[in-house]
Design a protein around this ligand. Structure first.
Ligand SMILES: Nc1nc2c([nH]c(=O)n2[C@H]2C[C@H](O)[C@@H](COP(=O)(O)OP(=O)(O)OP(=O)(O)O)O2)c(=O)[nH]1
Length: 168
């Protein structure tokens, strides 16, 4: 059900963003990531995707699970694991750079979260702030058959008790 991964690679107050040249999420800035291979563990899948899409080779301990995004429609449930990777400011990775996937560029966190910014992937401005504060949730977005937002719930990841926390 959770077939995708997404990672925000943070260097000081900037995040390495990808403007994808193909669907899904074409033409908007998003983290890097991709589809998990069969039986691949999410932490290994995201390290592979980061290497493929950016050339940056990260260690397991640099990549931290920051939550999960779940999309629920009347006919399907799907989602992605979201990771944060904090890298040192000594990481020499000049941008912008054009790759097969699109354009990579370091973007200030403040720019990403700027309320009027329309160039950012859907929902990032909603789920990224708690992640940056270290709050690890399953963020569950509900859609109706016409793809309209109809609800949001978040559950602490890894906690079985407590029930859903309504947060919007
Ligand atoms: N499928 C899907 N992916 C999404 C959505 N929102 C979002 O941020 N993503 C992310 C998850 C992945 O990082 C990326 C899509 O992954 P993909 O597997 O289709 O693209 P890819 O070409 O990088 O994959 P791959 O062939 O390299 O494995 O976009 C969405 O609504 N649907």
């Amino acid at each position: 059900m959770y077939k995708y991964t997404l990672c925000f690679i943070q260097r000081c107050d900037e995040i390495l963003m990808l403007n994808r040249r193909s669907k899904p999420e074409m033409g908007v800035w998003n983290g890097v990531g991709g589809k998990l291979e069969k039986d691949e563990r999410p932490e290994l899948g995201i390290i592979r995707e980061i290497a493929e899409e950016t050339g940056i080779r990260l260690e397991r301990e640099q990549v931290v699970l920051a939550g999960r995004i779940t999309w629920v429609t009347p006919t399907m449930k799907s989602g992605m694991y979201v990771f944060l990777a904090r890298v040192g400011d000594d990481l020499d990775y000049p941008t912008p750079r054009v790759t097969e996937e699109g354009i990579l560029d370091w973007k200030p966190v403040a720019w990403i979260l700027e309320p009027l910014n329309k160039g950012i992937s859907h929902k990032i401005q909603h789920f990224l702030p708690p992640m940056l504060e270290g709050a690890v949730y399953d963020h569950i977005y509900d859609y109706d058959s016409g793809d309209n937002d109809i609800g949001y719930t978040r559950l602490p990841l890894g906690e079985s008790a407590g029930g859903p926390v309504r947060a919007m």
